[in-house]
Design a protein around this ligand. Structure first.
Ligand code: SF4
Length: 360
């Protein structure tokens, strides 16, 4: 609005229309005078958001979307809707004291709470060995509008009532959010300040980008999501193999950076741990992990994720018994641990499977 010599409050009207009313066309923003809409249209201005180009629905209710982003030519990213939460972000004690703020409408719609998993980049440069997204390499960063727009597109599709329905947002889709830091945090601000979502219902997952974690530690609590570290191994030797980024920032450096984050009361840092059959799922790994977590001195919990298979990835899924034994070992040592139900494996929507697969 400043660029077209309009007062700042016109910008507020525009944000209200795009992020609260989810209007997708300039002509439909009735808060703006007709003459102004016509002038903006004639000058080539557009409003809108990334569009859901394709949707795949899993037997478990999960939906995976191919979302078209146009900022630098049409490119697809992936966004996932997980009704009932994903078992790791909800129901794990991290939201103690919260009410079940769900209305009857949500029950009728078939879900009582849900998690939206969004992408922060087209592809990813980090190259975790177990992840299909890594195969794409990094194509480009998403803009703040493209990141927040994925959330708005899904809220609109699912007819979510912000402030009433219990919806979590996790920045765990394609890409490493802390390698697109400015746009990621600008998207969080849009979601908090314009859309009205709570940062305490958002979690960002990083592979351990130390400078990003240090910047994150400086963010004010009003806009800071919760933090998850994608750990995936009990020591530097294995982590260096599974996640080559560990050679640049080993576990100790990551933990030192996480210590700088001023956690809210009762807030815990999540350590994500992908169980790779025979590689990271052995009982001795669980014991090593408990020692590591205790040594960090951080209020922490562990989310265990049985690895989700993908073409040309040479790992195996752990047996259910190995996964359960791993979890029990952590619990016995006093480390809160949750085994996430895999969501939407049949539609390539599960963790590490996002690669713009065009099959359902
Ligand atoms: S797991 Fe995350 S950080 Fe690692 S390659 Fe995949 S998308 Fe990138």
């Amino acid at each position: 609005m400043a660029a077209v010599d309009e007062p700042a409050w016109r910008g507020r009207q525009l944000a209200e229309a795009m992020y609260r009313q989810w209007v997708t066309e300039l002509a439909a923003i009735t808060a703006l005078p007709q003459a102004l809409r016509a002038r903006l249209g004639a000058e080539g201005w557009q409003v809108g958001r990334p569009a859901i180009a394709q949707a795949f629905r899993s037997a478990d209710g999960t939906e995976r979307y191919l979302i078209e982003c146009h900022a630098a030519g049409p490119q697809m990213v992936e966004t996932v809707w997980m009704p009932e939460g994903d078992g790791g972000e909800t129901g794990d004690g991290s939201e103690a004291g919260e009410q079940n703020g769900t209305g009857e409408d949500s029950a009728q719609r078939g879900w009582r709470r849900a998690t939206i998993c969004v992408s922060s980049q087209v592809g990813c440069a980090v190259n975790c060995r177990f992840c299909l997204t890594a195969r794409l390499g990094l194509e480009r960063n998403l803009s703040a509008g493209e990141i927040a727009g994925q959330v708005v597109a899904v809220l609109d599709r699912q007819r979510v009532e912000v402030g009433r329905d219990r919806v979590n947002v996790v920045f765990m889709g394609m890409g490493e959010p802390f390698l697109n830091y400015d746009n990621f945090m600008a998207a969080v601000r849009l979601l908090v300040e314009e859309v009205g979502l709570s940062p305490q219902r958002m979690t960002v997952s990083t592979s351990g980008i130390v400078p990003g974690i240090e910047r994150f530690a400086e963010e004010p609590a009003e806009v800071r999501p919760k933090l998850a570290i994608s750990l995936n191994a009990p020591n530097n030797a294995i982590r260096g193999e599974v996640m080559p980024i560990n050679r640049k920032w080993p576990i100790e450096a990551v933990v030192d950076a996480v210590r700088k984050v001023r956690l809210r009361p009762r807030e815990r840092v999540t350590f994500e741990y992908v169980l790779l059959g025979g590689v990271t799922d052995r009982p001795e790994h669980a014991l090593e992990l408990t020692r590591l977590i205790r040594r960090t001195g951080l209020p922490a919990k562990v989310n265990l994720i049985a690895w989700n298979p993908g073409p040309d990835l040479h790992y195996t899924t752990p047996t259910p018994e190995a996964a359960e034994r791993f979890r029990e070992t952590l619990i016995a040592a006093g480390v809160p641990a949750y085994l996430r139900r895999p969501r939407g494996r049949d539609i390539y929507a599960a963790c590490g499977q996002l690669k713009r697969t065009v099959e359902g």
